[in-house]
Design a protein around this ligand. Structure first.
Ligand SMILES: *Cc1c(COP(=O)(O)O)cnc(C)c1O
Length: 390
């Protein structure tokens, strides 16, 4: 049997390796505290689950779902965007539900990229941005995100011959893994660049609801002209602790939405309908107090961890959004060495920044999605860690 060559172009999925290593140490009886996985430890709110259970009993939901999503779901998504961002969307042409946003993120490259075409992706960045492009046979150009530029790409530094072959660009704010944010002014600059060079923009807003103090991240669609050039991906995963239920959406430019629907309608049969009904409940029936209470918990964890890191001489910016701490590894280390040292010496697992791209290699990522008591144990271990001694 012969496998396609494209499999060789795919790196192993980042978290597989880390999980194996953690499992190994655990099987040797070690207590490993994992800050490595970006998956909420808190459960899906009870009201949403009740709705899901009820909907599961209705035989109407036992059949193939509508690939385009229930009309009521598309309306609920449009309603949420109107209330949350003041963005108006046509539920029939500018909204498409996804089987988790990662599904759409992976497939959208098939809409833009012919073999040899270029996609502009952030480095560091969420791995599926690049993997979708590789599977589509495209080429990647990495836009470096530097701390001195607040982890925003500089479009002026992209060489002309790259720009000319670029078909679309990925942006992601609030950003995984850096925790950086972008304002509407930045989105406006991206839109100007995209219009000048006929490049589409895909913005990933998965973390728009995970933010601190009174900061409320904007939508890409809040920028003038956004709908002419791009779409925004969003997901119920982080917003409502629903990673396990697999439901997200893409909204914005109707031509892009139509193209992605064309691909998807040939590949999948939509989101199980009971889950669509749970999502309608989440998006329309749910009080904003829920997000506020959840963010208070995450903010307390954020502050404890950043504090503990600072006390032992490890620098990290205090993020205004996302549940990640992007910490700088000390001079003389790379991300994998330092993550390994941390795992071996104090039993703490983090994600090495190199997993998100070359520019991530000076950093490690801590996720705040671990129960309070485990986080506190981790913080205690960190406070007693003398990483400078051999
Ligand atoms: C978690 C995450 C998502 C959400 O993925 P789903 O498939 O909707 O669960 C999307 N983008 C980024 C950058 C993420 O970290």
């Amino acid at each position: 049997m012969q496998f396609a060559d494209r499999l060789n172009r795919l790196p192993p999925y980042l978290f597989v390796g880390i999980n194996q290593r953690i499992a190994e140490l655990r099987s040797q009886g070690q207590d490993i505290i994992s800050f490595a996985i970006g998956d909420p430890d808190l459960p899906t709110p009870v009201g949403i689950i009740k709705h899901l259970c009820c909907a599961a009993q209705d035989p109407a939901n036992h059949k193939y779902p509508e690939t385009k999503g229930l009309p009521q779901l598309r309306q609920a998504i449009a309603g949420w965007y109107a209330r949350r961002f003041g963005v108006l969307l046509d539920p029939d042409t500018e909204v498409l539900p996804l089987i988790g946003s990662k599904e759409g993120i992976g497939h959208i490259a098939l809409c833009f990229v012919e073999p040899g075409d270029i996609a502009l992706v952030p480095d560091p960045g969420y791995p599926p941005f690049s993997l979708g492009v590789i599977i589509a046979g495209g080429e990647l150009y990495s836009m470096p995100l530097y701390e001195w530029n607040d982890f925003l790409p500089d479009f002026n530094t992209i060489p002309e011959q790259i720009v000319n072959k670029a078909k679309f660009m990925w942006l992601n704010y609030p950003n995984n893994p850096t925790g950086a944010i972008a304002d509407v002014g930045f989105f406006a600059r991206a839109i100007k660049f995209a219009k000048e060079h006929n490049i589409a923009i895909c913005h990933d807003a998965a973390y728009s609801e995970i933010s601190f103090n009174s900061y409320k991240p904007p939508s890409f669609l809040n920028a003038l002209g956004a709908k002419e050039v791009g779409v925004e991906f969003h997901s119920l995963s982080k917003t409502y602790n629903m990673t396990g239920w697999r439901i997200g959406m893409v909204v914005g430019n109707s031509k892009i939405i139509e193209a992605l629907f064309h691909v998807k309608s040939n590949l999948d049969s939509g989101i199980p309908q009971a889950i669509q009904e749970a999502a309608i409940e989440a998006l329309s029936g749910f009080s904003p107090d829920y997000a506020i209470a959840r963010n208070v918990i995450l903010q307390r964890r954020r502050d404890e961890l950043v504090h503990a890191l600072a006390a032992i001489g490890i620098e990290a910016r205090v993020p205004k959004a996302t549940f990640y701490i992007w910490a700088k590894v000390p001079l003389g280390y790379h991300s994998v060495d330092f993550a390994t040292k941390l795992l071996d010496e104090v039993g703490i697992a983090v994600t090495p920044g190199i997993g998100y791209g070359k520019c991530g290699d000076d950093y490690i990522r801590f996720s705040l999605t671990i129960p309070d008591e485990r986080l506190e144990q981790g913080v205690t271990r960190l406070s007693h860690w003398h990483w400078r001694k051999k």
